[in-house]
Design a protein around this ligand. Structure first.
Ligand code: UD1
Length: 345
């Protein structure tokens, strides 16, 4: 029987790619999104990619308990993948309460509605940020956890809430700790679409490649890394999306919870990513060396052993695929052409 999965934040960057992967894996998928950081027109793109007539979409917030109850009443939901959250570190330091409300109250509200509907299967978007400045690199899941900013705190708290909730009720969850998701769907129809000047490296480089921004500011070249710039484990969003399908499949099949890193197990420096983007785009990416960005760590790299063992997950795409797909998405201008016509229920 076809299983129904609810994606909160399903029109966002990772949510939209996961939508496609789930439909391709045979799930019936419904989306809840408040459009605070996504465009309604992504629905049309998703329908196009998956060759469906329409996307089942509810416009609203995870903070709206009435709406959640209505969705669980109307739809025969087997599992939820919870993407809906705020994710900008800098913003979280100036608006911690806003972050606690969306990320922690939102999770609690969702858990209460799921409990009332007796839906116990949940995949939760966590982040490598829960490792703080990791003592061991590549970093395995049983490493010490910490947070250095309100955003990181909400992810750590979310994990702890799930672990403790599962002591009282029959929750089965997959906690997925994303490393650095980049890239886009090969169709060029969906991708990352930051509203303002991007904080993250690859979206910023993309705007330098198009000429919209003049140069990449490299935040620090005096780290103890290969070339002195920060190294990160960039993972293609298509791999990440498949990781969600594997996580969901595993928790539904085994009835046991897991906490797993999703990365490639390889790290690239800022300069290496800029070089790869130049190659993929055929455009120059000028760089200016700047001081370190507060809160950045030298290296973030996943130990992917558990992902392989528990989920049979292994990344298929490398940094060149990531840059190529990002450039395809950016250079076709598909993201700008997207019009906004909300069609929520
Ligand atoms: C950032 C967040 C992290 C979050 C993740 C989500 C911070 C400190 N960390 O990770 O908590 O989970 O995004 O995607 O914001 N860089 C530049 N110039 C730029 C932008 C970035 O040199 O204009 C460098 C950074 O110093 C870092 C690397 O590029 O070494 C990657 O940065 P970014 O894409 O922002 O990701 P993280 O900092 O790893």
């Amino acid at each position: 029987m076809t299983k129904t999965v609810l994606l909160t934040g399903g029109l966002g960057f990772i949510g939209s790619h996961t939508y496609v992967a789930l439909v391709e894996a045979g799930y019936r998928v419904i989306i809840l999104d408040d459009l605070s950081n996504a465009k309604a027109s992504v629905q049309t793109r998703l329908a196009q990619i998956t060759q469906q007539n329409e996307v089942r979409f509810y416009q609203g917030s995870v903070l709206d308990r009435g709406l959640l109850d209505r969705i669980f009443k109307q739809e025969d939901v087997t599992a939820v993948i919870h993407f809906a959250a705020k994710k900008a570190v800098g913003e979280s330091t100036t608006d911690p309460i806003g972050y606690f409300e969306t990320n922690i109250s939102g999770l609690l509200n969702l858990l209460q509605a799921m409990k009332a509907a007796e839906v116990w299967n949940l995949v939760f978007s966590s982040s490598a940020t829960v490792y703080g400045d990791a003592t061991k690199v590549p970093t395995p899941e049983d490493s010490p956890l910490s947070s250095t900013n309100p955003y990181g705190y909400t992810k750590l708290a979310g994990e702890q809430i799930l672990n403790q909730a599962a002591m009282a009720d029959p929750w089965v969850f997959g906690i997925l700790r994303y490393f650095n998701p980049v890239g886009a769907h090969p169709s060029g129809l969906i991708g990352e679409d930051p509203q303002d000047i991007p904080n993250n490296l690859v979206p910023y480089i993309a705007k330098v490649a198009t000429g919209e921004l003049s140069a990449l500011q490299v935040f620090g070249d005096d780290y103890p890394t290969r070339d002195g710039t920060g190294e990160r484990d960039y993972v293609h969003v298509m791999d990440l999306a498949r990781g969600h399908v594997l996580s969901l499949g595993a928790l539904l099949a085994n009835g046991t919870s897991h906490t797993v890193n999703l990365g490639t197990g390889r790290a690239y420096s800022v300069l290496e990513v800029a070089d790869a983007y130049e190659k993929a785009s055929g455009r120059a990416v000028p760089r200016i060396i700047k001081p370190r960005r507060a809160g950045d760590v030298a290296i973030s790299q996943a130990d992917v052993t558990r992902a392989g063992q528990l989920l049979n997950f292994e990344a298929r795409f490398d940094i060149h695929d990531m840059c190529q797909s990002s450039w395809h998405w950016i250079s076709t201008g598909a993201q700008d052409a997207a019009s906004d016509e909300p069609s929520g229920q």
